[in-house]
Design a protein around this ligand. Structure first.
Ligand SMILES: [Zn+2]
Length: 530
């Protein structure tokens, strides 16, 4: 079978017989792809477990990035590292010519979400340490497994096209895609297939989530003795007044808005008037102009707080994203492939772990999802969080696969969302996701009409709404973020790395019995190295 020949012949003649032959060949390729993804389950598991064990925070995904790019190079991909001023980002490419198909997934973890996998109660590997409390450790396993399977099929059947794999660096900080778009990394890309861990197996099209701009305000004042503070001008006072001002203003903002802040620096000790203080805001809204407006209100209040305290204020945008808007033809194709792949076959052990975790969190003991989700069934949640994959969705036809690998009822950005993430639940979920992506890439390679309808839909979407960067031109990515925090825990994390040459799974390495469903008795646990 020569799929390229078939595709060309169909294009030239449009003959009905050849079209049928093409569909048959696509169908048999898809059949082969599903089997080949299963055949690579070991690799998928190793990637999921390795990235889980690295547990690196945004911009500091050094080991994660070295491991994944090394793996891609070993498999024939040409890798360009450190793109868009992001040391841990990369572009990995294989193949030649059109179409150029991108696969993307996040790689960063979250602070204070460290958790021993397979344990359904809070048991951190490192106290307050970083962890994969959102399951970003499985996404590149989905991409790489899918890409390697499709690559093999392309070679065997002489199918033309280019595969590109990109990471989502510092997604939790909404901190990389805008910089990557501005660096022109997606200019010649035809489509982007992204993926995100979920409890369900499905996809959506149309508007998704909120957009945001992430801004840090820095106030500078004058230091003085805390007990004779007359000469001083407190930068911390300015931060507190800004926050008070913002919280009063909240009542007069649209209900759709969301905003939150943390004080990143508030001084050193009480008897020194703080000459420096910093506060970091996320301003979320549903459209670009409203996000801009919210940011302007924030900056006005910051300036007012500076005037009240005779301090000075400067600001720095750290990250941003528009609200997402995902492609309908791509979502339809992906959804059909999700149905074809079907839900993973969960074992009794998988379900027992899920129920134990649900019991611990006092939520419905429903186990794991057993049916794929119909297209667009997920209620359009415009009040939710943001994801800078949205930046792609305004620059190239984009779709996000939500693949099952986590336990329903867990709390987002929390240790409980890490329980399943290096267990057979995540391994099987990542394999299912890889199969859905592989089939969709095959559709795009062999059905030119899918590509053209995705592009027409995208043109309509962007006809009147043109993407503009919410990050001012010339702003460098804040790659210093999380550096100190990660440097402190690296010695502990190094000891926790997954050694795939010695242990079948990370659970084996950690000595976690699967499934573990109940806490050891007090006597037994006091003897253990808690
Ligand atoms: Zn995420």
């Amino acid at each position: 079978m020569n799929a390229m020949f078939l595709r060309t012949a169909v294009l030239l003649t449009g003959a009905a017989g050849l079209l049928a032959a093409q569909e048959q060949s696509l169908d048999s390729l898809k059949q082969a792809a599903v089997e080949m993804v299963s055949g690579r389950a070991k690799l998928t598991q190793q990637i999921v477990d390795s990235v889980f064990a690295f547990s690196e925070l945004g911009y500091q995904e050094t080991n994660t990035s070295a491991y994944l790019t090394g793996l891609l190079e070993k498999n024939g991909f040409k890798v360009t590292r450190g793109v868009a001023g992001l040391p841990t980002s990369w572009v990995a490419e294989w193949g030649s010519g059109k179409p150029v198909i991108g696969l993307m997934a996040d790689i960063d973890g979250l602070p204070a979400t460290s958790q021993t996998p397979g344990i359904p109660w809070h048991k951190p590997l490192i106290d307050n340490g970083p962890g994969h409390g959102e399951g970003h450790n499985a996404g590149q396993a989905v991409n790489i497994t899918a890409a390697l399977v499709v690559k093999e099929l392309m070679q065997r059947n002489k199918i033309q096209g280019t595969l590109r794999i990109y990471p989502g660096v510092a997604e939790e900080l909404i901190g990389s895609r805008t910089y990557m778009v501005n660096a022109g990394l997606f200019k010649d890309l035809d489509v982007m297939l992204s993926s995100h861990i979920a409890t369900e197996f499905g996809t959506t099209w149309g508007p998704s989530g909120t957009g945001l701009v992430s801004v840090e305000y820095t106030f500078t004042g004058r230091s003085a003795h805390g007990a004779s503070p007359w000469a001083g001008r407190s930068a911390l006072d300015a931060v507190e007044l800004m926050n008070a001002g913002w919280n009063y203003r909240r009542e007069h903002l649209r209900l759709e808005h969301r905003s939150h802040y943390i004080i990143t620096y508030g001084g050193d000790q009480p008897n020194v008037v703080p000459p420096l203080a910093k506060v970091w805001y996320y301003f979320r809204e549903l459209e670009y102009p409203r996000i801009k407006q919210l940011h302007e209100i924030g900056s006005t209040i910051a300036k007012a707080a500076a005037m009240m305290t005779e301090t000075e204020v400067s600001e720095r945008v750290l990250g941003a994203a528009w609200p997402g808007h995902f492609n309908k033809p791509l979502a339809e194709a992906l959804s059909a492939n999700i149905k074809r792949v079907g839900m993973p076959a969960w074992s009794a052990g998988d379900i027992a772990l899920a129920k134990a975790a649900q019991r611990e969190l006092k939520v419905k003991e429903e186990g794991l999802k057993t049916e794929v989700q119909p297209l667009n069934e997920r209620a359009e949640n415009r009040m939710s969080g943001s994801d800078d994959i949205a930046e792609l969705s305004w620059n190239v036809p984009t779709v996000v696969l939500r693949y099952p690998g986590n336990i329903p009822g867990m709390i987002g950005h929390h240790w409980s969302s890490a329980i399943a993430m290096a267990t057979p639940i995540a391994h099987k979920g990542a394999s299912a996701g890889a199969a859905a992506h592989a089939l969709t890439v095959l559709d795009l390679l062999l059905k030119p009409e899918l590509l053209s309808s995705a592009k027409s839909w995208f043109e309509e979407q962007t006809k009147t709404t043109k993407w503009q960067s919410l990050i001012p031109a010339g702003t460098d990515p804040p790659i210093y973020l999380n550096k100190e925090r990660m440097d402190r825990v690296r010695p502990q994390l190094d000891k926790l790395r997954y050694d795939a040459s010695k242990y079948a799974t990370y659970l084996d390495q950690l000595g976690v019995k699967y499934p573990t469903t109940s806490k050891p008795s007090a006597a037994a646990s006091s003897a253990g190295p808690e």
